[in-house]
Design a protein around this ligand. Structure first.
Ligand SMILES: Cc1ncc(COP(=O)(O)O)c(C=O)c1O
Length: 454
């Protein structure tokens, strides 16, 4: 594995520093310039405010150990200010806030204040990326445009065990379009006794069914196992077989490096409340490749926001469809939500996804190292997530046997360690590329190692 920004490889890097399980080693990693976090840019709950009752040699008013960004990211400190700015113009200017320049983000084009920074996060070009609606709504909208079934080509390939919203969205969408999901959906499973889906099985399924597949719909990072799928290869093989390729990047955006334009992905959607730290239900992301920028005849569900801005308010009901992703918009956007997304993107803009990923590889590698190095955890926990760092993001999914998962989860919570439980056997932990520290990871594994497994 080679990563940029001065870190040659995780193994070399960590052993060059004399890897061991001490707190001092964690603190030494935290003091490395190239591994510095953006911790000060975020608000942290405390152990006490998360319902914790104990601490490892500190106080209950210490920051909690937040390893749950794969579910909901923390609040950027500036979110309050950004939201207050919009409340301020709303209060003082009412409808004129649509065009107010007081804070530089008139509501009439609020997404334009977001997209340049968002393009960098997902590897999109101008005109390919926007913020609108929510993830599943965007999936339905873009299925409407890019799933075009024919008599012979109508199938949808997706990963088995996908996040439920993807499963429901695909099946309900097909049904609405008059296609029987039981005949059309091909789910790719891990092999018997395995947790992860093999890339060779994905490729074989696409090649074997190529002429019948209308759409390949895959996650970038699998929500349960943490597996990163080879999005570039899936797209390439999909296109060789004449299929459209769409991605759900809920767990990938802000987590790993994405190159949606270069990979030639047809369309993608994602949310902004996980690694993108913009609050639950935040305005979501959408990408449509610019090869469709002027494909005005493509089926789409429109609304007034798909109009070019300079003719939108002429109100003559003559659609003047905007080029690119803007022509796939429907409604005006939630400006309060956009303010939180803007606050988070301002932090992302202080770095790059390449630098964040380099840090994240070491952080998650260190988590894996400690889990394997500490005796109690190594004996009692299995890691489901791929061992190969290139095949995983920040998250490790830990498997617990013999019904301990609730007890372990509550034990961790009592120390202010916030992880994510997936009953009956999994706890997911994700040190956030932006703000988790090596000391956070050390505290988590050290406390878990003290748990009395039965
Ligand atoms: C992979 C994935 N897809 C879809 C969703 C749901 O998205 P939304 O409720 O924002 O539409 C989630 C939510 O956690 C998710 O993890």
């Amino acid at each position: 594995m080679s990563v940029q920004h001065g870190i040659a490889s995780f193994e070399d890097y960590i052993s060059s520093l004399g890897a061991n399980t001490s707190l001092e080693f964690a603190q030494a990693l935290d003091s490395q310039k190239e591994l510095a976090s953006f911790r000060d840019e975020f608000e942290f709950p405390t152990i006490r405010s998360c319902g914790g009752t104990r601490s490892l040699g500190g106080s209950l008013d210490d920051k909690c150990v937040y390893l749950c960004t794969n579910s909901l990211g923390l609040m950027p400190t500036q979110a309050r200010n950004r939201i207050n700015e919009d409340l301020d113009v709303w209060a003082r200017e009412g409808v004129f806030a649509h065009h107010s320049n007081k804070y530089g983000n008139p509501w009439v084009s609020v997404e334009d204040t977001i997209t340049p920074k968002l393009e960098k996060v997902v590897g999109g070009l101008p005109g390919e990326v926007t913020a609108m609606n929510s993830l599943t709504v965007n999936a339905h909208l873009l299925f409407g445009s890019f799933y075009q079934p024919t008599e012979t080509r109508f199938k949808v390939v997706m990963e088995a065990g996908s996040f439920p919203s993807d499963y429901y969205a695909v099946r309900s969408h097909l049904k609405m379009r008059g296609v029987d999901p039981d005949l059309a959906v091909i789910e790719i499973h891990p092999r018997e006794g395995e947790d992860l889906i093999r890339t060779e099985d994905i490729i074989k399924t696409i090649n074997d069914n190529g002429q019948e597949i209308a759409l390949i719909w895959f996650a970038g990072v699998q929500y349960y196992t943490g597996q990163v799928f080879d999005m570039e290869l899936i797209t390439k093989i999909g296109h060789e077989n004449g299929c459209m390729v769409g991605l759900d990047l809920a767990h990938a955006a802000g987590n790993i490096v994405l190159k949606l334009h270069d990979w030639n992905v047809d369309f993608a959607v994602w949310c902004h409340y996980k690694y993108m730290c913009s609050c639950a239900g935040a305005l979501a992301g959408a990408f449509v490749h610019n090869k469709y920028a002027r494909d005005f005849e493509r089926n789409r569900l429109t609304g007034w926001w798909a109009h070019n801005l300079d003719t939108r308010f002429v109100m003559d009901n003559k659609m003047d469809l905007a080029e690119g992703i803007d022509g796939f918009r429907v409604s005006n956007q939630s400006v309060i939500s956009a303010a939180a997304v803007r606050a988070a993107l301002d932090v992302f803009d202080k770095t790059s996804m390449e630098a964040l990923r380099a840090r994240s590889l070491v952080l998650t590698g260190y988590l894996e190292y400690l889990l394997n190095a500490m005796e109690n955890t190594s004996k009692n926990i299995r890691i489901m997530t791929p061992k190969n760092p290139n095949e995983r993001g920040a998250q490790l999914s830990l498997v617990f046997t013999d019904n301990t998962v609730d007890d372990v989860f509550n034990y961790l919570k009592s120390y202010g360690i916030i992880a994510d439980i997936r009953r009956p056997i999994v706890i997911r932990v994700a040190p956030a590329p932006l703000f988790s520290t090596f000391e956070d990871v050390w505290k988590f594994v050290t406390i878990l190692n003290q748990y009395q497994f039965k």
